[in-house]
Design a protein around this ligand. Structure first.
Ligand code: AHR
Length: 323
């Protein structure tokens, strides 16, 4: 009882000395998070994971949606600096152009954690930790699955395999790396040719629009679609059907993310394979944030563990999917 009275008395003294805001704010970590946008099913799941994990850990989250624009992310980061948050985390829309704002955060003594996507900066001390997938490996996995897929092997035995590629947002780490990983495997496969490659900005609408243009230009020549995410593949499936072709049969489709929408498309026989990219980064991010605030060392790089889901595994896996 004595101890309780003593604690209450010291809390009152603190409030009187520094004001109620400070005394209460001291024990709650404030995290400023700048999200890319809401461009895909993946992104929505990622946002939810971050919001849920912050609430679970009692971390105050200042969340800002950049609507796929780097200038909005820069503004958000500057506003987090002005608000003197404890940690800034963000998923950069594109890789380059971050030095000035990250230097400002460093000067203000606010640590920066990268999640999902990385930045390309000369001074690596501008961020403390990067949590996310290995996008190059995801591209490799998509290509490895493709060259081993029996119907495609048959095609390659007879002639060329014509691939069209729907790239993610121009300049973004997943678009650059997924292209790189895919091409790295295909360079040893002379029969496999990427005949068209264009951005679909990671959205269903753009995926559909660009696939329509591919079909107009190349028609039945197209054997394979490689889409940098499931949403663009789902948009493209619609375009393929509207062109009177059968997605998953006339055109083999491999994409990345393994969201529920992709599983539904696989179960319907319209998508052949989805390479996993997990958006459930919230719990790991909060644990990094807590460690950074506590002054504990944090890993520079944490790579998310992921799998590959060919169509024939979809029905069995679907009930286990969390996003
Ligand atoms: O950075 C991750 C990518 O961004 C996901 O693959 C895609 O769906 C999202 O928009």
């Amino acid at each position: 009882m004595k101890r309780v009275l003593f604690n209450v008395a010291s809390a009152v003294l603190l409030i009187l000395a520094f004001g109620p805001g400070l005394a209460l704010a001291k024990d709650k970590i404030v995290l400023g998070f700048s999200q890319v946008g809401a461009e895909s099913e993946w992104r929505t799941a990622n946002t939810q994971s971050i919001k849920d994990a912050a609430a679970k850990e009692g971390i105050t989250l200042k969340f800002s949606d950049a609507q796929q624009k780097q200038e909005n992310q820069i503004k958000a980061i500057r506003s987090f600096i002005a608000q003197r948050v404890d940690v800034i985390a963000f998923s950069p829309v594109v890789e380059t152009g971050w030095e000035p704002v990250l230097r400002e955060a460093k000067r203000a003594g606010i640590p920066v954690v990268l999640t999902d996507r990385s930045v390309s900066v000369k001074d690596e001390s501008l961020w403390v930790s990067f949590l996310g997938s290995d996008f190059v490996e995801e591209g490799r996995r998509a290509a490895k699955w493709l060259v081993d897929y029996a119907p495609v092997k048959e095609l390659a035995a007879k002639g060329e395999v014509n691939i069209v590629e729907l790239q993610g947002t121009v300049g973004s780490a997943p678009a650059i790396d997924r292209k790189k990983g895919f091409e790295e495997i295909l360079k040893n496969q002379p029969k496999f040719k990427i005949i068209r490659s264009q951005t679909g900005d990671f959205t269903r609408a753009k995926g559909k629009e660009v696939m329509e243009a591919f079909l107009k230009a190349e028609g039945k020549k197209i054997n394979v679609l490689y889409a940098h995410n499931d949403d663009m593949a789902i948009g493209a499936i619609q375009a393929i059907e509207e062109a009177g072709l059968k997605p998953g049969k006339d055109i083999v489709i491999v994409s990345i993310d393994a969201v529920k929408g992709a599983f539904e498309a696989m179960i319907a026989g319209k998508l052949n394979c989805s390479v996993e990219c997990s958006p459930l980064l919230g719990p790991q991010l909060m644990s990094i944030v807590k460690d950074v605030v506590a002054g504990k060392p944090v890993p520079r790089r944490i790579v998310t563990e992921e799998g590959v889901f060919p169509q024939e595994t979809a029905a069995k896996e679907f009930p286990n999917r969390k996003y």
